[in-house]
Design a protein around this ligand. Structure first.
Ligand code: ADP
Ligand code: MG
Length: 395
């Protein structure tokens, strides 16, 4: 691909916070940005040169994106892959519709991991109620997940025993027949993720390994510093992430999420890794890179799309990222009061990012903050102070 020049317009499908931070990065490099999102107040639409406010499959909207943009990406994995396929007929897309359609379907995603030879949780795909009879007992206790449209822990139910499976299945079928996947619930010692970028020429770089804490299925805290996990675990994660990306002939930024299993009875003893899932885009666990690395995940996405050189981000600061969910606006039971930003901004190394969403709702990602520091212990101490000020539970 001939590298694009500044002044070209880069397009994104989806107008959420990822698109907003991507747009900031693209504009810093001199590009114009265009967003396709049906929401008139989308966070990315508000900061882009062009906002095509329409459905993702609206033919006129797609024609408008195709005529105004020189390359396309997505920031939301549930944008119909068909929209990317159509745009891909005339424009470079990073990522393309094929890998996105794999990431949109947990069954295809798992099959891809298996094909790449990377370890996954024991699982079984369930197409119809009759399939429930063939589920082996060793998959329980498990988690039943819809294969499509799940995110932030939505579209999944914990299932303690075979006897509970029919009710769990029925609860996920309430909005219409849905293929599901039952995964064995694994004893996790930790969770981690790798953000990588792969260019049109196949060159790959990766951001530092991220250690993630989820609460209620939603990412709550990400910690990033050297040697946060043993070197062997890190190597396994990087190798697996690269395999997964290569196998998809992936172009763009990809996040690969892992479970680190418990090695034995002790909760913190680290055992082997299994791949959980991929996100075909920058990822919440990579937000720290804006403030802690010399190249952010969003700049990498821009560089991929533009055919510009990829460089390995250098972590210059230990960092801890806290997600700021809408729940914080309801502290002390008071509806919609603004959290005490001045108090957290008075702490050293705090970088506050708010996404411009006007309506706070419980569980809604309103922003994040990253604490950077010279050492992991200082980053963690300040992050715990910020969490205490905001009413986020310590970890
Ligand atoms: P989502 O697409 O909503 O992020 P995930 O499959 O990543 O869904 O599940 C969300 C979280 O639930 C994971 O980060 C992990 O904490 C927990 N979880 C999911 N699957 C398993 C499993 N098989 N064993 C143990 N914990 C799991
Ligand atoms: Mg996940």
């Amino acid at each position: 691909m001939t590298p694009l020049q500044p002044g070209a317009t880069l397009g994104v499908l989806g107008g959420g916070q990822l698109g907003r931070m991507w747009s900031h990065a693209a504009q810093a490099l001199g590009f114009r940005t265009a967003v396709l999102d049906p929401d008139a107040h989308s966070p990315a639409g508000l900061v882009s040169h062009v906002h095509v406010c329409a459905d993702y499959l609206d033919p006129e909207a797609l024609a408008q994106m195709a005529s105004q943009c020189q390359a396309i990406t997505t920031e939301f994995e549930n944008v119909p892959a068909e929209a990317l396929r159509q745009l891909g007929l005339t424009l470079p897309c990073a990522p393309g519709d094929q890998p996105v359609s794999v990431a949109q379907d947990r069954a295809r995603e798992k099959a891809h991991f298996v094909q790449c030879g990377v370890p996954v949780a024991p699982h079984q795909v369930l197409h119809t109620e009759a399939d429930l009879d063939s589920v082996p007992a060793h998959l329980l206790p498990g988690i039943l997940k819809t294969t499509r449209l799940g995110y932030d822990g939505k579209g999944q139910v914990r299932v303690a025993s075979l006897a509970e499976l029919p009710a769990a299945w029925a609860s996920l079928q309430s909005a219409g027949p849905t293929v599901c996947i039952l995964e064995k619930r694994l004893p996790l010692a930790a969770e981690c993720s790798v953000v990588l970028a792969r260019g049109f020429d196949g060159q790959m770089v990766h951001a530092p390994l991220q250690v993630n804490l989820h609460r209620d299925g939603i990412l709550a805290v990400t910690e990033v510093f050297e040697n946060a996990l043993p070197a062997q675990t890190e190597q396994q994660a990087l190798q697996a992430a690269f395999e997964v990306a290569r196998g998809l002939n992936y172009v763009g930024v990809l996040c690969v999420e892992f479970f680190v299993l418990q090695a034995g009875p002790e909760r913190d003893a680290l055992g082997p890794l299994v791949v959980n899932e991929i996100a075909p885009r920058p990822h919440n666990s990579g937000h720290h890179s804006i403030d802690s690395c010399d190249v952010s995940q969003f700049e990498l996405q821009v560089r991929c799309m533009a055919g510009w050189p990829l460089v390995t981000p250098r972590l210059h600061s230990a960092s801890v990222m806290l997600n700021l969910l809408g729940d914080l606006w309801f502290a002390n039971g008071a509806p919609s009061s603004e959290p005490p930003w001045a108090q957290v901004l008075a702490l050293p190394g705090v970088h506050l990012h708010l996404y411009g969403k006007t309506q706070a709702r419980r569980g809604r990602k309103m922003g994040h903050l990253t604490v950077t520091a010279a050492t992991p212990s200082v980053a963690r101490r300040v992050a715990l102070q910020a969490a205490a000020v905001l009413g986020i539970a310590a970890w």
